[in-house]
Design a protein around this ligand. Structure first.
Ligand SMILES: NC(=O)C1=CN([C@@H]2O[C@H](COP(=O)(O)OP(=O)(O)OC[C@H]3O[C@@H](n4cnc5c(N)ncnc54)[C@H](OP(=O)(O)O)[C@@H]3O)[C@@H](O)[C@H]2O)C=CC1
Ligand SMILES: CC(=O)[C@@H](O)[C@H](O)COP(=O)(O)O
Ligand SMILES: [Mn+2]
Length: 354
């Protein structure tokens, strides 16, 4: 397989599963973490390696190392593997997703930004979702009429903070996720609830038109629920560990034991909460966005610029919400094709960075 983002949170878990099932790793792609990459190279011995920065090539212990986006795309195209695991973060994951589809590969997709920004132009039949909630929905779906699909949110780092204090929240504060250990960007997205809004769009593109919603389940032990028309609701329970979704994304017929079952007596109780707009202001456009899913490209670009500015201390935490809501109002545009997606993304980034 080809593993994009091998040094990240999903990438490392993917390689743990590759090791467990003795799977062949043909290509490894990462950014700047050359130390971890070199350890992975000793273990997996891929044919091709691609990193982000050409200056780092001499530090990589491999004879076939390339750098930059063009070489990521070439490595996908040239590979013999049938499967590409896309665990890159952000909009930069979109071109590799499109290239993998064009090259007739199956995609194990963690890079939700691909679907958020470009879902209308991506053939979802090629995708097995890695995202835990979408894996949960996929696991629960059966041939029965569905009324509503519900995904859960943890509530993120600030679910119990005084709302007045949120303006002063720092980058370090955003990273204190209550249940999951993940990369920096998704952990910020979890604190703003942007992650859940993205996941509703992701679900819409993966599973089609229908009713979708999200609620907070504070322990992240339930990942998805389906309300069936008959009045039954089923829920997907599993420990908060991405190795389960990754295993199925790599092999949909997975029949091995991956995680321990949850002991409900040990859990004792679960708590559900409504997602409140006061704490998570972006949530006010959730329904509107679900009715206009093509506008995902707008909120994705605005979110990525806002996060950059927040990390650089140019704006405060709550300004991330404001940037997204303002951009959603200012840019009432929808892409008609893939080229439009890239053009709209570039325009919004340029204008918001001014
Ligand atoms: N973490 C999780 O549990 C979940 C993550 N996701 C999604 O999966 C994706 C990955 O998330 P996560 O693993 O947490 O992110 P991380 O930040 O942990 O990892 C990102 C990976 O992308 C690599 N990368 C970044 N920029 C470049 C570049 N320019 N060229 C090549 N490689 C690059 C990084 O390399 P390096 O570190 O070497 O710089 C790293 O390997 C995101 O879209 C996220 O929303 C979805 C569900 C759960
Ligand atoms: C593990 C996973 O799938 C993440 O997307 C997780 O859901 C993030 O946590 P939040 O529920 O806090 O957004
Ligand atoms: Mn998720």
């Amino acid at each position: 397989m080809v593993v994009l983002g091998c040094t990240g949170s999903i990438g490392v878990n993917t390689l743990a599963i590759a090791k467990k099932f003795a799977l062949d790793v043909e290509v490894l792609v990462c950014g700047k973490n050359i130390k971890l990459l070199n350890e992975q190279l000793k273990e997996f011995n891929p044919k091709v390696v691609v990193i982000s920065d050409a200056d780092d090539i001499p530090s990589v212990n491999h004879s076939n190392v390339f750098a930059g986006e063009e070489n990521i795309l070439k490595a996908i195209e040239d590979s013999k593997s049938e499967l590409v695991v896309n665990a890159l973060v952000g909009f930069m994951g979109l071109r590799p997703t499109l290239k993998a589809i064009q090259s007739d590969k199956k995609i194990a997709l963690a890079n939700k930004e691909s679907l958020v920004a470009c879902g209308n132009f991506i053939d979802s039949s090629k995708i097995q979702p890695i995202d835990s909630e979408h894996f949960g929905l996929w696991y629960l779906l059966q041939d029965r009429p569905v009324k509503k699909m519900i995904i859960t949110a943890s509530g993120g780092a600030f679910r119990d903070w005084d709302i007045e204090k949120l303006h002063g929240a720092t980058l370090a504060d955003t990273q204190k996720h209550p249940n999951w250990s993940m990369g920096q960007k998704i952990t910020i997205d979890s604190a703003t609830m942007v992650n859940k809004m993205f996941e509703l769009l992701e679900a819409r593109w993966l599973f089609g038109e229908g009713k979708y919603d999200a609620i907070i389940e504070t322990k992240s032990l339930i990942h998805a629920l389906i309300d069936f028309k008959d009045g039954s609701t089923t829920a997907h329970f599993a420990h908060a560990n991405m190795q389960l979704p990754i295993s199925y994304a790599i092999d949909a017929k997975m029949d091995a034991s991956i995680l321990k079952h949850i002991d409900l007596l040990e859990v004792a109780s679960l708590e559900f909460r409504k997602i409140e707009q006061e704490r998570y202001p972006v949530w006010q456009i959730k329904n509107e966005l679900l009715n206009n899913p093509n506008r995902g490209v707008v909120i994705n670009a605005a979110n990525e610029v806002a996060i950059e500015k927040f990390i650089n201390k140019e704006i405060g935490f709550m300004d991330i919400h404001k940037t997204i809501l303002d951009a959603y109002e200012a840019y009432d545009i929808e892409p008609k094709n893939v080229d439009d997606v890239f053009a709209i993304d570039a325009k919004i980034r340029k204008e918001l960075r001014r």
